[in-house]
Design a protein around this ligand. Structure first.
Ligand code: NAD
Length: 512
């Protein structure tokens, strides 16, 4: 079954695919189905030589690609969007199979790739510049945006297709080429993705615009980050990774676009529409088995409604427990975690929370499933309540698993202070019917939510591609996707033309 899928997606013809690799071979990694713990296929790791060839080809391709007019680049991206539309079902299924998110979310991820490609096509006809009034007579001053160069893209396992697309589609219309280093947990999705895009690029005589390099961090990742041939490194992953990458890129004075971990909270005010809030919290906390950067990890609920709200949530979770299972099966709501290490991390966080005085209201253990799923990495979605006044040190960390911590508050100021009192600053939300509470949360003074994303009456998870996506503080400060995120992939040039013919200096300086 999975072989048919890989054949259909043309993965089997990739020279990196090593179907029969089961024996220990240090140059091959086995991609695993997290729902069964069984291997899906081997992938040959690429070495430093392959890396160098790939970057050289990307640089040569850049010199040709930047000469293609932006709208013509957009037309090629349009064809890529069509190609991803054609392969949406099987590619979405492979995302489910290799990453473990449920089928609807796997398809949603590929849809996100299609959406950002469509967005990039439009943008290719409107990359703007600005004209500014010059203080000197007979002068014109303006700003233009130029292609940047090859972009190094490092991606996390949890969005193995869409995060590449967020970067690659914008970079492509901006005139850049891309070298992609994916997570070693999801190499098959990256090969399938690359081959779909490659077919279109090859048809148009630009085969090297997108490159994929699959290798170990110490062979490929570290080299890429330190490589001056990449004016921009766009890296998505944990804060730990971002710190390491940021340091190295800063040292060579390169540019970084960092999309790192979150610790997202929802404030539930006493006037909230609780039905709406419960649905958003359950999806936000349990969806993708808690493995989204925007996963809801903390609830800060008004003490007046806390007990009732929490018991509604617990009921919702109890229903979800019956829907843990094979992510590719219709009706499943919760798939597995990425691997055995993630399960260990989940159990360790729960033990720490108990030790810090919190109580587990629902879940708290591995989920045992029958048949071949018995060896999968399943856990129970878990709700943990913090004792009043206890900030719970473990809740300050991002544990990449479905654990939801509950805190209570008396005043909105207290809620916002609890909300902002973590190192990360990605996504945030408040549920309230009060315009005052909502405006306080979104205050233009910056005294409300300190996150890159702030929502009212929708949860923290599931962003549209039209807005800029990213977060503050330890989340890294990067912005991808919509709005003016394209600027990260271009360099700005300020130009002044003297058409008057007189020698005139700025600030009225005379130099006779
Ligand atoms: P990870 O940090 O373990 O790995 C991410 C990528 O970085 C992988 O490709 C890995 O090989 C690479 N990497 C790690 N250290 C490196 C180094 N020193 N130099 C170069 N490359 C290095 O993260 P993960 O477990 O794959 O993904 C989960 C994390 O990603 C979570 O923290 C999640 O919040 C975050 N994430 C953030 C966003 C966002 O947009 N903010 C989106 C998705 C995931």
């Amino acid at each position: 079954m999975s072989l048919d899928l890989l054949r259909h997606l043309d993965v089997l013809h990739d020279p990196r695919f090593a179907a029969s690799a089961t024996q220990p071979d240090p140059s091959v990694i086995l991609s695993e189905n997290p729902a069964t713990g069984k291997p899906l296929g081997g992938v040959r790791l690429q070495d430093a030589d392959a890396y160098d060839k790939c970057v050289a080809a990307s640089h040569a391709a850049f010199l040709r690609w930047r000469e293609v007019p932006a709208p013509a680049r957009g037309q090629i991206v349009r064809e890529m969007a069509d190609e991803f539309r054609k392969f949406k079902e099987p590619l979405g299924e492979l995302v489910s199979l290799e990453m473990g998110k449920i089928r609807a979310e796997g398809l949603g991820e590929v849809q996100e790739t299609i959406d950002i490609a469509d967005y990039a096509v439009g943008l290719s006809r409107q990359l703007p510049g600005q004209v500014f009034p010059s203080e000197r007579a007979g002068h014109r001053m303006f700003e233009q945006w130029l292609p940047l160069g090859p972009v190094g893209v490092i991606t996390a396992f949890n969005f193995p297709n869409a995060v590449w697309a967020w970067n690659a589609m914008l970079a492509a219309i901006c005139g850049d080429t891309v070298v992609w280093k994916p997570s070693l947990l999801t190499p098959l999705v990256s090969i399938a993705t690359q081959r779909i895009a490659d077919r279109v690029l090859t048809r148009h005589g630009h085969p090297d615009v997108f490159q994929l390099i699959i290798g170990a961090d110490d062979v490929v990742g570290h080299r890429m980050v330190a490589d001056r041939r990449f004016p921009l490194i766009s890296a998505t992953g944990s804060c730990r990774m971002g710190r390491a990458v940021g340091r190295v890129v800063a040292d060579r004075l390169g540019r970084c676009l960092l999309e790192l971990g979150g610790n997202n909270a929802i404030i539930v005010n006493d006037d909230a529409d609780q039905e709406l809030a419960v649905r958003a919290v359950v999806f936000g906390a349990v969806g993708t088995a808690g493995q989204r950067c925007t996963t809801t990890r903390r609830i800060i609920v008004h003490e007046k409604i806390a007990d009732g709200f929490v018991s509604r949530l617990v009921k919702g979770y109890q229903q979800v427990m019956a829907k843990i299972g094979d992510p590719r099966k219709e009706g499943t709501l919760v798939g597995p975690l990425a691997n055995a290490r993630a399960v260990e991390g989940f159990l360790a966080a729960i033990a720490a929370a108990k030790q810090q005085g919190a109580s587990v209201l629902v879940g708290g253990d591995r989920a045992s499933l029958p048949g071949e799923l018995a060896s999968g990495h399943f856990v129970q979605p878990t709700i943990i309540r913090a004792p009043a006044g206890n900030k719970l040190p473990i809740a300050q960390e991002e544990t990449f698993a479905p654990i939801l911590y509950i805190f209570t508050f008396k005043t909105l100021d207290e809620a916002i202070s609890l909300h902002n009192g973590v190192d990360q600053g990605l996504s945030s939300a408040i549920f309230t019917e009060s315009i005052r509470a909502s405006e306080r949360f979104l205050s233009v003074t910056g005294s409300g939510s300190d996150c890159g994303i702030a929502n009212v009456n929708i949860g923290t998870s599931g962003a549209e591609i039209g807005g800029a996506f990213g977060g503050e503080k330890d989340t890294g400060g990067g912005r991808e996707s919509g709005s003016d995120s394209w600027k990260a992939y271009m360099r700005r040039q300020t130009c002044t033309i003297n058409y008057g013919g007189r020698f005139e200096l700025a600030q009225g300086i005379r130099f006779e």
